[in-house]
Design a protein around this ligand. Structure first.
Ligand code: ZN
Length: 102
């Protein structure tokens, strides 16, 4: 019950209407045919997600927003970059070694 008044996306206050929707949809999880007719909120794994009106509009416009976290993607890019930098510095070290000898 702790998250009831908070939006799951932006952590902002939930409008009373959105709270009511969340309560009613949660209440009818065992009644899928009825839930289908009243469902207004986005859902994850079949459970309604409490979101404010602004976030719901955004989710409906860009349905992927709940799945993709902005910080998840650049990991492989960073690793690749570090690898490239490592190779560059090794090459630079070897280059220095050979030039100082020659
Ligand atoms: Zn929100």
């Amino acid at each position: 019950m702790t998250n009831l008044c908070r939006c799951a996306c932006c952590d902002g206050a939930l409008e009373p209407a959105q709270q009511l929707r969340f309560l009613v949809e949660t209440d009818n999880l065992d009644n899928p045919s009825y839930l289908d007719r009243i469902r207004a909120l986005p859902s994850v794994n079949g459970r309604p997600v409490p979101v404010c009106k602004a976030c719901q509009t955004r989710i409906e416009t860009h349905p992927v927003v709940l799945k993709s976290r902005p910080k998840a993607a650049p990991l492989s890019l960073t690793t690749g970059l570090l690898g490239a930098l490592g190779a560059l510095s090794v090459g630079w070290l070897l280059g220095n070694l050979f030039t100082s000898r020659g």
